[in-house]
Each structure stands twice: as structure tokens, then as C-alpha cells.
Design a protein around this ligand. Structure first.
Ligand SMILES: CC(=O)SCCNC(=O)CCNC(=O)[C@H](O)C(C)(C)COP(=O)(O)OP(=O)(O)OC[C@H]1O[C@@H](n2cnc3c(N)ncnc32)[C@H](O)[C@@H]1OP(=O)(O)O
Ligand SMILES: O=C(O)CCC(=O)C(=O)O
Ligand SMILES: [Mg+2]
Length: 482
């Protein structure tokens, strides 16, 4: 049964490991990522004159002047527990917390200890792990929740209450006077215990701006550590995020956190914009899991920040751990890592079309802004399909240690493309063809352009292979098909 390895196959037959693809593993063999005389923001080579002519070319210095130090509040163990599939037992929660800590996130946010007896016990257990990351728990703006939270040993409490008319009417039913009074009481209480406290307005973007700024100012005055903006329903776009964060930056002195849902796919862009506007803390979850389609994914945010300033992000986080953390969480909530996931999607570093392959082989920076090696990953060039070019084939010829001239490689490539017009050739198919071609040239049975001689040699090779397989009772090798 032919097995398709292309990204358009059904999810259950998709490989999750790029090395299973019909592809050639390369290291940018001719050059690797080269450093030009001027570094682009992504650390890759950028011709000096290109930057002179294009003021929009990203530069690492722009990132540093717009984004000062920031912290990730990793909420897989809070928002992520609100994902439809999530059930985290204690062991899994501890494994996730330890992995996030080793990755280097600054904060780990946990479900409210008021949610259940086990939630409380798990919160206490994670606080006792002695992690470098600060441990937060997330509670309603209510003294009962606050009293339970401060007893768990957390480093801080994230307090939230809805301020939009939707939530005031249909969720908790409280007006702004009541909300403000309770917020003051809860914040003062948590502060009196000597731990961090953050106040957030749920559904900020659909809240009245005067109400919003007024409550943020009030809590800032009484010494809250952070205020939080929450795009609870994922309705905001980058411009709105920029404007609200910027406005708030001018109104409060404390740190600003932002929590962004991904209902319209803007959670990563919104997070980056929030940082540019002055936010200091970004909420993430691994793979973005959370209510509905979730929030800003940790990996996506990291990819976006790395693209802007790789050195800064590499120094801050243990990037090669990302894949392990995503696998851990994906397994825990029984989902696959999406093929188009930034960094860890199975084709994130696979280049297919001949034009791309040639340039990538010369310098990976031509078509990559993220370096797979910085994430402990490998780049691949896919060959054996009808878009293959001779430069990619040459790279494989060299890997196989065969000696062929450029004309001979072009001739062999024409045959690969002819066969790939019927079905994509597997790596084994391509390798066999190249070996047959090479031995034909060596023995003098073949010359460039002798199509019939090549067909004869390939047919003889196939027959000898079939004979071998039959005598060994081995199954016919599974090959890739388009
Ligand atoms: C946008 C977000 O993701 S916010 C975080 C969501 N997280 C959670 O909900 C944590 C898990 N939740 C739970 O285990 C439960 O909902 C609990 C323990 C918090 C509350 O459970 P219950 O008392 O059974 O209430 P229920 O969940 O039905 O309704 C929510 C209650 O909280 C109140 N409430 C809702 N939001 C808030 C808030 N931000 N601050 C204060 N009270 C609130 C509501 O008025 C309602 O109280 P009521 O029943 O007296 O009217
Ligand atoms: O506490 C917060 O800031 C965010 C709460 C939340 O999950 C949301 O509003 O979507
Ligand atoms: Mg949320």
C-alpha cells in the first residue's frame, strides 16, 4: 500500500518526525548560514545595500529599542487546563512544570486552588519543587479564593474579574463600584502576605475604556505589581492591542501583562505588538492550548521574538527544549503537533522546490529566518518529486559519495522528474536510480542522454531487487506517492 508522506495527507498518517520524509538531511553543506557584513535582525546575512535601501528591513537593534526586558507567564497549567481535551494528573503537572522551568520561563501559572481539592494539592506540590520560575495561581476577584490561594505557598496571585458589560450582566452580575471595592480588598490582602499580586480585567477590549483605565489606576495606586489586559474572546487586532497597551502605559506605573486568545489567529502578532507598545509580561501556553482555540502559543511567541533578535532569545531561553515540551503536552492532551506549527511542525525546516533547494544549499538564510540548529533540529531538502532540481540531486549525489559530472546529474534528474510525474519517488528509489546511473557511467554502459540504455539498466536493477526480495521473503518496500 503506497504511503503518502506529503503534508496534504490525512492527519493520522502524517509523520511527526521530519526524518521520515522523503528528503535529504543537509547542513547547508556549501556554506551554512553565513554572516554578511551587516547582520539582519534575524542574525542572517543581509546585504548591506539592501538595508540601506529598505528602512523596513528588520534589525536586532530595533527590537532592543522597542522591547525591553519581558517575562513569559506560562499558563499551560492554568489556561491550558481549560483546553477541551486536558486532564493533567499530578505527575504530568509536575513534569510540565519542571520542563517549563528548564526551558526558562519566568513564571508558571496554575489553576485556582479553589477549583478542586486536587487542584489545591497540586498547587502546593508544585510550589514545593523549588523551581527557578515564580509560581502563580489564578483566582476570581473574591476574598474566599484569595484566602485559599495565599495558603498554598505561591509566589504570587493573579486576580481577575470581568469588566465588560457582557460579563457584568451575564457572568458575575457585579457593577464597577463593587468590582473596584472588592479588587482593593483582595489586592491589599494578598499584598499583606508579602507575595506578588496582579489585577486583570477580563474581556478588556469590550469594556468601557473609562471604567477600564479607572480601575487600573486605582489598583496601581494601591501598589499592585501588575495589571493585566485580557483579550478573552480573541476580538482584538494588532492596532487595537498597540493602542490600548500604549494608553495604559501612560496611565499606570506598574508592569503590564497581556493575555490574548487566538480565535482569529492573531494571538502571536498581538503579543509581539503588545511588547512593542510597552507590555512587560506575556501569557502563553504550550501549543496555545486553552479555552476554545486557546491563546498565544509558547513556541509561536518564541519563533516571533527569535526572528526579531535571535541572540537575545537564545540567551534567555533553552530553545532546544521546545520540542520536548511540546511533545510532552501534546501527548498529555492527546493531540498531534500541527504540521505548520512554527519551529516544530514536521515540515518547518523542509525545503521542496528546486529553486529553494539550490539557494538553501548555498546559504540557508535565503529561505530561512529561523536556524533549526538553534532549536536542536535539522533542515531537510525534499527530493524525488516533480519539482526537484539538479542542484538538490547533486547534493544527494555528493552525500552518497558518487562521482558524476554536472551534465550527468542533470541527465539523472530528468529521469527522476519523469518518474515523479507518475508518482513521487521515495528516498530509496532516488538513491537506487543514482547508483544505477553511476555504475552505468562507470562501466561504460551509459552516456548522457541515452534514455533507452538508462531504462534498460533501471529495469534490470528492479528485477534483481524483486528477485532478492522474493528469496528473502521480504515485503516490497513501501514507497512514497503523491
Ligand atoms: C476567562 C477565564 O478563563 S477566568 C478563569 C476560569 N477559571 C475557572 O473557572 C477555574 C475553574 N472553575 C471552577 O472550578 C469553578 O467555576 C469555581 C470553583 C471557580 C466556582 O464554582 P461555582 O461556585 O460552582 O460557580 P460557577 O462556576 O457555576 O459560577 C461562577 C461563579 O463565580 C462568580 N464569578 C465569575 N467570575 C468571577 C470573578 N472574576 N470574580 C468573582 N466572582 C466571579 C460568578 O458570579 C459565579 O458565582 P455565583 O454562582 O455565586 O453566581
Ligand atoms: O487573568 C487574565 O488576565 C486572563 C484570564 C483569561 O483567561 C481570559 O480572560 O481569557
Ligand atoms: Mg483565557
Amino acid at each position: 500500500m503506497p504511503q503518502c508522506t506529503c503534508p496534504h495527507t490525512k492527519a493520522d498518517s502524517l509523520p511527526t518526525d521530519p526524518s521520515q520524509m522523503v528528503s535529504v538531511e543537509i547542513n547547508g553543506k556549501r556554506n551554512g548560514h553565513t554572516n554578511g557584513t551587516t547582520n539582519g535582525a534575524n542574525g542572517h546575512s543581509t546585504p548591506r545595500d539592501q538595508q540601506r535601501r529598505n528602512p523596513y528591513a528588520p534589525r536586532a537593534s530595533d527590537f532592543l529599542s522597542n522591547i525591553s526586558n519581558f517575562s513569559i507567564i506560562e499558563s499551560t497549567l492554568r489556561e491550558g487546563e481549560q483546553f477541551a481535551n486536558a486532564f493533567f494528573d499530578t505527575k504530568t503537572k509536575i513534569a510540565i512544570a519542571k520542563a517549563l522551568d528548564a526551558f526558562g520561563v519566568e513564571y508558571i501559572e496554575l489553576t485556582s486552588p479553589a477549583a478542586s481539592e486536587q487542584s489545591r494539592a497540586d498547587c502546593e506540590a508544585i510550589c514545593k519543587l523549588g523551581l527557578k520560575a515564580k509560581i502563580l495561581t489564578h483566582i476570581r476577584c473574591h476574598m474566599d479564593d484569595a484566602r485559599i490561594a495565599v495558603e498554598t505557598g505561591v509566589d504570587g496571585v493573579d486576580v481577575v474579574i470581568g469588566t465588560s458589560s457582557f460579563l457584568r450582566e451575564f457572568s458575575h452580575g457585579k457593577d464597577m463600584t463593587y468590582i473596584t471595592k472588592t479588587a482593593i480588598e483582595v489586592i491589599n490582602f494578598v499584598k499583606s502576605k508579602g507575595i506578588e499580586v496582579r489585577f486583570s480585567s477580563e474581556d478588556s477590549f469590550r469594556s468601557d475604556l473609562v471604567d477600564l483605565l479607572s480601575i487600573y489606576q486605582t489598583v496601581d495606586k494601591i501598589g499592585v505589581n501588575r495589571v493585566g489586559i485580557a483579550d478573552t474572546v480573541g476580538c482584538a487586532n494588532p492596532r487595537q492591542v498597540y493602542d490600548l497597551v500604549r494608553t495604559l502605559r501612560g496611565v499606570v506605573g506598574c508592569d503590564i501583562e497581556i493575555h490574548l486568545h487566538n480565535d482569529t489567529g492573531m494571538a502571536i502578532a498581538n503579543a509581539y505588538t503588545a511588547l512593542e507598545a510597552g507590555a512587560t509580561h506575556i501569557d502563553t501556553s504550550v501549543l496555545g492550548i486553552g479555552e476554545r482555540v486557546g491563546i498565544t502559543p509558547l513556541g509561536g511567541l518564541v519563533a516571533c521574538l527569535y526572528a526579531a533578535n535571535p541572540e537575545y532569545v537564545k540567551a534567555k531561553y533553552n530553545l532546544p527544549m521546545l520540542r520536548e515540551i511540546e511533545n510532552l503536552v501534546a501527548e498529555a492532551v492527546e493531540v498531534n503537533i500541527p504540521f505548520m506549527n512554527p519551529i516544530t511542525g514536521y515540515c518547518a525546516f523542509t525545503h521542496k522546490a528546486g529553486i529553494h533547494a539550490k539557494a538553501i544549499l548555498n546559504n540557508p538564510s535565503t529561505y530561512e529566518i529561523l536556524k533549526p540548529e538553534d532549536f536542536g533540529l535539522t533542515r531537510y531538502v525534499s527530493i524525488g518529486h516533480r519539482l526537484t532540481g539538479w542542484n538538490a540531486v547533486k547534493s544527494r549525489v555528493e552525500q552518497l559519495g558518487l562521482k558524476l559530472t554536472d551534465d550527468e546529474i542533470k541527465d539523472a534528474t530528468a529521469k527522476i522528474k519523469e518518474l515523479a510525474d507518475v508518482r513521487t519517488q521515495s528516498m530509496d528509489d532516488v538513491d537506487s536510480l543514482l547508483r544505477v546511473y553511476h555504475s552505468g557511467i562507470q562501466s561504460g554502459e551509459l552516456e548522457v542522454g541515452q534514455k533507452e540504455a538508462l531504462d534498460r539498466l533501471l529495469k534490470a536493477h528492479r528485477e534483481s531487487q524483486l528477485g532478492d526480495n522474493e528469496s528473502a521473503s521480504a515485503p516490497v518496500p513501501v514507497v512514497a506517492a503523491a
